[in-house]
Design a protein around this ligand. Structure first.
Ligand code: GLA
Length: 693
């Protein structure tokens, strides 16, 4: 609910449990007043008159502004910096009024002299305690206005000494969580690569000694793929600031007369009961508003089995075994097209390789369909190999600078997706593929970042190519989905390099990581789940020794680890023994019986109360629950552990099977005393299904 007090000019955004309040102060500045638990009567809030502390601490500097601009006596981080045609680099905004459009509040600001409109958007997502913020700027003057910096929002957290969490990592080591204390100075997280990357992720989590179930947490996730920046700063005036949005690094946008720009939005929230509520609110928001309904199929992907050495006959053999063990979707990965026998050729030439498919791709598709499976295919549409026909015919279709070498990475260049003809080519190629073949699933990869970012076609706005590139990707997929409604799209960028809220919803699934080691995955999946929904988390069972870790992990543990997300199998199943086939059949069948709980239920990261390295996760959906327990290595003592479940009903009874025995316990017992689990040995795991009686 949005409440406005016309006389005091106080705006209050109310969600189920939280309140976000700001107002217009005596200076005409948009001043942040409150974000957190409800204060109910916002009229109790005074917009205190701020006087400069000293000549070095001017009013602009000490005012907690909702959207500070570059101008006047401001030295703090700002959200908007522009250059007007006459050379003025200073904004003085004035409040012009507001508008309410259903669940959206729009605050209208305008420069005092120049015809620059700044509209701040606040969308109230009441049910999930979230506020979505973004900014619209419009050049209503007759001359150009150059935007040098624009962030989606500034957020104010009324504490010092918070903890900040985000991810770090690299290829095959995505979603590595780090937490650091915030003190004086600034923390920057960013991406400069044009894809979201494997290192920092576009979100922030700031907590005040929170646990999964207690303590205050402030968070926000940016709906942008690519070059973002986040700044976290504990100020000298007793609060912590966050800014997030487009990375100003190598960015500039010239708005011509009557042109406008809308920033990506940031979805922010507050929880006073720990990280679990944060995750649940974000997960539920995606389930209700972003993700496509319906359960995700169990897929088989042939990449790790055959790599580039794709042969129709062998793929058919794989498909038959995939069907036998229970896969529902067969995806042929890289290597099916052009002269794709390795990384150095083929990208750009999206025709079926006749040597590999002498009777055409339809032979495989028909076999797959006759087996009763869906069919999926891998593409990397933003890229081109220098040896390809596409590149030979169109050497000016990539990002490049005159007189500079065009750098290859993984033997490929990045296509200039901001060019109309390139965007059309990519759309048409994929549209033809989807129209000519019965394809249900696209795995869209992007294996290198952008370099030599020259795009003369953009004129003055060449430096906006980072943003335009990803907009072109979004547009193409949105348009393809308009026409080919049931096709699911998986976002992949050298593994989990494209996990963000910008692409989620446009794409349906994330490829989480090329690291398919079942133990490493527990950590990757744990961190992923903080912000992103389980339903979009693709997890595969692959062969051992794992190609990265060289670790040998029992197949059962590998299945359990992959069953925590949307299950896939990436092993060379032609080499499976009879026992492995049998185990796979059973595990996949079990997954199908429980996947509605995994994909649509509430996810809990349970506490480990033992010295032993237990990893415990729970899913709850109406009257059913699942408990996953992993013990990578049993240590001295080899004691049982008591795992306290969450999200059950205290006064209801739950029935489950453990160690071959049917057990009935109350929700109160399971949550407050806990379930005793005893695993011994290495890489042991359990999956327990609980049903409310
Ligand atoms: C990337 C992906 C892999 C696979 C290969 C194919 O690395 O992450 O899953 O698709 O490309 O070249």
């Amino acid at each position: 609910m949005i409440k406005v007090n016309e006389s005091s000019k106080i705006f209050s955004l109310n969600t189920k449990n939280t309140q976000y309040v700001f107002g217009i102060d005596n200076e005409g500045l948009l001043r942040h007043l409150h974000w957190g638990k409800k204060i109910n009567n916002e009229d109790e809030l005074d917009i205190e008159i701020l006087n400069e502390v000293s000549t070095n601490d001017p009013v602009y500097e000490i005012t907690p502004e909702e959207f500070p601009v570059y101008g006047g006596l401001r030295y703090k981080e700002n959200c908007l910096k522009v250059k007007f045609a006459d050379g003025t680099r200073d904004i003085v905004y004035k409040y012009e009024g507001y508008e309410i459009d259903n669940d959206k509040l729009i605050i209208k600001l305008k420069d005092k002299y120049y015809n620059l409109i700044i509209n701040l958007y606040y969308k109230v997502i009441e049910k999930q305690d979230l506020i979505e913020r973004w900014v619209y700027v419009s050049n209503n003057s007759n001359e150009d206005i150059v935007i040098e910096e624009i962030y989606s929002a500034q957020l104010h957290i009324p504490y010092e000494n918070l903890r900040f969490s985000n991810t770090h990592g690299h290829w095959a080591a995505e979603q590595q969580k780090f937490t650091q204390n915030v003190s004086y100075g600034k923390i920057y997280i960013e991406n400069r690569r044009g894809i979201s990357g494997h290192n920092h992720n576009p979100y922030f989590i700031l907590d005040k000694n929170a646990t999964e179930t207690s303590g205050e947490v402030f968070f926000g996730a940016l709906r942008l793929t690519g070059n973002f920046k986040g700044i976290i700063e504990q100020t000298a005036y007793g609060e912590t600031l966050v800014q997030m949005g487009l990375n100003p690094y190598d960015f500039e946008l010239s708005l011509k007369s009557k042109e406008s720009f809308t920033t990506p939005s940031i979805i922010c929230g507050y929880s006073d009961c720990g990280f679990e509520r944060m995750s649940h609110n974000l997960h539920n928001f995606t389930k209700e508003n972003i993700l496509r309904k319906g359960l995700r199929p169990v897929l088989y992907n042939s990449w790790e089995a055959t790599e580039f050495d794709v042969k129709c006959d062998e793929q058919i053999k794989l498909a038959k075994v995939a069907k036998e063990i229970g896969a529902e979707l067969f995806v042929v990965d890289d290597g099916w097209f052009g002269e794709r026998n390795g990384i150095h050729n083929g990208l750009g030439d999206w025709y079926v390789n006749e040597e590999k498919f002498p009777n055409g791709l339809n032979q495989l598709i028909e076999e797959v369909k006759n087996l009763g499976m869906k069919f999926g295919i891998w593409v990397e549409p933003e890229m081109v190999n220098p040896l390809s026909k596409l590149y030979k015919d169109n050497p000016d279709w990539i990002y490049s600078f005159d007189n500079r070498e065009r750098t290859t990475s993984r033997g490929q260049y990045v296509l200039n997706m901001t060019k109309k003809e390139v965007k059309e080519y990519v759309y048409n190629t994929l549209d033809e593929l989807l129209s000519n073949y019965d394809i249900d699933y696209i795995k869209w990869d992007a294996n290198r970042p952008i370099s030599e970012p020259g795009a003369k076609n953009l004129g003055d706005n060449e430096k906006n190519l980072w943003y335009e590139h990803i907009q072109a990707v979004y547009d193409i997929v949105k348009n393809l989905k308009e026409k080919h409604k049931d096709v699911l799209f998986e976002a992949c960028a050298s593994g989990g390099g494209r996990i963000d809220y910008g692409i989620l919803g446009i794409f349906d699934d994330f490829w989480t990581s090329d690291n398919t080691d079942a133990y490493d995955r527990l950590f990757i999946q744990h961190t992923y789940s903080q912000i992103y929904p389980i339903k979009a988390m693709r997890s595969w069972v692959t062969d051992c020794p794992n190609f990265l870790s060289q670790r040998i992990i029992p197949l059962r543990f590998r299945y359990h680890s992959a069953m925590m997300g949307t299950l896939g199998i990436g092993s060379n199943i032609l080499k499976y023994s009879k026992d492995e086939i049998e185990l796979s059949k059973n595990m996949i069948e079990e997954y199908k019986n429980i996947r509605h709980i995994v994909q649509d239920g509430d996810f809990y990261r349970l506490e480990n109360t033992s010295e032993n390295d237990y990893h415990n996760f729970e899913y709850v959906n109406d009257d059913e629950a699942l408990l996953f327990v992993f013990l990578p290595q049993s240590k001295v003592g080899h004691r049982p552990v008591r795992i306290r479940l969450r999200g059950l009903e205290e006064d209801k009874m739950y029935e489950f099977k453990y160690n071959g025995e049917m057990i009935v316990k109350s929700g109160a017992y399971l949550m407050n005393y806990g379930l005793k689990i005893h695993l011994r040995g290495d890489y042991q795991s359990e999956l327990i299904y609980l049903k409310r009686r």
